[in-house]
Structures are given as structure tokens and as C-alpha cells.
Write a protein that binds this ligand. Structure first.
Ligand code: 5GP
Length: 112
């Protein structure tokens, strides 16, 4: 399996604006933000997409939500949206599981 771009960010092989890190997760600003705040929360463990998670990943995925809320609070967002794109048809382009934390402007619904 080739290393994902996000693994290279985790290993500091390519630069990113990192806003949070712990032993399980990393959060950094999206290179192509769709809102004033657009942060990606990724697990250090490689899981290609959400549908590949197993029951033993449940606590890890829950932790990613905790991290997403932590960074959203740090950004002082009034409201925010978490997005996980699963699969190409849903718009996933990087096959290393990630949660988008999007906020800082009014967000419409439904999404495109
Ligand atoms: P997806 O479409 O897979 O849900 O989201 C992938 C996200 O990763 C996109 O929003 C894209 O802008 C972001 N992205 C892709 N390559 C890089 C990169 O090298 N650095 C950073 N910070 N974000 C990236």
C-alpha cells in the first residue's frame, strides 16, 4: 500500500499547518479551504475510508470526533459541520480517513 499524503503530513515529510496532535490523531488546516475554518482531523492509524473501520476502531473514531470538537472550540466557532466523505461517489479524494471540520460562515443544507 502506498503511503497516503496524510501519512506524509503525520511524518512531517510534507508541510501542513498543524493545529492539534496527540498519540492517536493529527489535525491540520485544509490546503483548499471551503470556509474560513476548514480543518482535517485524521487518525495516525491508516484506515482508507470509513467503511473499512472495524468494531475495534470505534473508540478511535469517537476520539476523532472529540478532537474535531476540541479544534472547533479553539477556533471559537458558533456552529460547525463535520463531514466524512466515504468513497469516490461521495467526493472522497484522499484515501486516508479524515473528518472535515467546517465553520466560520453560515452553512446551507442539503449539501451538494
Ligand atoms: P476528501 O475530498 O477526500 O473528503 O477531502 C480531502 C481534502 O484534503 C480536500 O479538502 C483537500 O483540499 C485536502 N488536501 C489534499 N491534499 C492536501 C495536502 O497536501 N495538504 C492539506 N493540508 N490538505 C490537502
Amino acid at each position: 500500500m502506498t503511503r497516503s499524503i496524510f501519512e506524509k503530513i503525520i511524518d512531517r515529510q510534507i508541510p501542513a499547518t498543524i493545529v492539534y496532535e496527540d498519540e492517536m490523531a493529527l489535525a491540520f488546516r485544509d490546503i483548499n479551504p471551503v470556509a474560513p475554518t476548514h480543518i482535517l482531523v485524521v487518525p495516525k492509524k491508516r484506515i482508507n475510508k470509513l467503511e473499512d473501520m472495524t468494531q475495534e476502531d470505534s473508540a478511535l473514531i469517537g476520539h476523532l470526533c472529540f478532537v474535531a470538537n476540541t479544534v472547533a472550540q479553539k477556533e471559537n466557532l458558533e456552529g460547525y459541520r463535520l463531514v466524512i466523505n466515504n468513497g469516490e461517489q461521495a467526493g472522497q479524494t484522499v484515501f486516508h480517513l479524515h473528518i472535515h471540520v467546517i465553520g466560520g460562515r453560515p452553512l446551507s443544507w442539503p449539501p451538494g
